[in-house]
Design a protein around this ligand. Structure first.
Ligand SMILES: [Zn+2]
Length: 365
């Protein structure tokens, strides 16, 4: 298939617009129209991973971390980043990164950690604001159903676990077309009163053009009246970190044993025990220290993340047990997640999990 079919699908699950400002997710090397038969999935795209792609005839590498993060100014092979990009181009291998846009999804990196640790009732720890908008439109009663259906099909009306949400109120619309018009009801030059339904529904801002297209195509009027509102509501489906609960509370030490085993950690760096048992657990794959306040505010007994620095451990301040499990360890299941989401949609497309352990951190025990 064309590479674009794969990337469009991945972006329908984790839209690029949901990546953080500093990120560089998306198609990094390769042309959207190139043919791909086999994908190699990895957490990092290192030289060893490109070599594996060449040896196993994979035309695209789908990695979590973008190999190119900052601007590249020279291509003379001096750094591993330059060498990876050059080797991929020379061998006609595409590189695609699905990074913080996947971190920020409900069914993303953190959900996989929660699943691994057996957490229930999981929700996003820090939902994004300003990603939602509201549409209000007015349809003649005869077409209210058709308009609503089209809006829902285009992605409007989803709140939490509910879909097809809208508010509808009947009222009277008025209009008078000039002599250039050919109104659906009424006559040009005469004021017309029509029984209409005011339909209100929310939608993710990134779907706006699709939703407006659906509205215009399924509304009978020549000029469709609608209002768009910016909202400051949280989008519960998109954001950083996740918090969930254990079925049965565990003592702190027992919980860390559980984490060590399930997440294959060589070592867990943690703060002093708080003395409380562990029921509520916040997680954030990768460097999640920026979420500590939210984890404490949400009542987390433990905050599992990575890349904690010495001074940052003090911020636990006896309120929570911080457990740094390692960056690679916290995100290792992302490879499996990518494998699952690609194979689920493309049953005849070969996907390979990398055999390279790309963790740059080694432990001397
Ligand atoms: Zn990471």
């Amino acid at each position: 298939m064309k590479l674009q079919e794969l990337t469009s699908y991945l972006e329908s699950l984790a839209p690029l617009a949901y990546q953080e400002d500093y990120d560089n997710a998306g198609l990094i090397v390769g042309r959207p129209e190139m043919e791909v038969h086999r994908a190699l999935v990895s957490l990092d795209c290192t030289e060893a991973v490109v070599n594996e792609a060449i040896a196993t005839n994979c035309q695209v590498i789908v990695s979590h971390h973008p190999i190119v993060f900052r601007g590249l100014k020279k291509f003379n092979g001096k750094t591993y980043v330059e060498r990876v990009v050059e080797k991929a181009i020379r061998n006609n291998i595409a590189i695609y990164a699905i990074h913080t846009n996947l971190d920020n999804m409900m069914a993303g990196v953190n959900a996989k950690i929660c699943e691994t640790l057996g957490l229930k009732n999981c929700r996003i720890l820090s939902p994004k604001h300003t990603l939602l908008k509201k549409l209000v439109t007015y349809a003649p009663q005869s077409h209210a159903d058709a308009v609503r259906n089209a809006l829902f099909a285009a992605g409007a009306g989803n709140i939490g676990n509910y879909s097809e949400t809208s508010f509808n109120a009947e009222g009277t619309g008025t209009f008078k077309g000039n002599d250039q018009t050919n109104p659906y009801v009424g006559e040009p030059g005469k004021r017309h009163l029509e029984n209409e339904v005011r339909i209100e529904t929310v939608y993710p801002a990134i779907l706006e053009s699709k939703i407006l297209m659906a509205l215009v195509l399924n509304h009978p009027y020549e000029e469709v009246a609608y209002d768009l509102y910016s909202l400051t509501n949280q989008n519960q489906q998109v954001g950083s970190g996740m918090i969930g609960e254990l079925d049965n509370a565990l003592a702190e030490e027992a919980f860390l044993y559980h984490v060590k085993e399930k997440m294959h950690c060589h070592v867990i760096r943690h703060t002093e025990y708080t003395g409380k048992s562990v029921k509520r657990v916040a997680v954030c794959g990768g460097a999640g220290g920026f979420l500590l306040k939210q984890a404490i505010a949400a009542g987390a007994d433990v905050f599992i993340t990575a890349d904690y620095k010495y001074h940052e451990f003090f911020d636990a301040d006896g309120k929570v047990l911080i457990a740094d499990v390692g960056h690679f360890e916290s995100e290792q299941f992302t490879q499996q997640l990518l494998y699952e989401i690609i194979t689920k949609n493309f049953t005849n497309f070969a996907v390979r999990l990398t055999e390279v352990n790309t963790n740059p951190v080694k432990y001397f025990i």
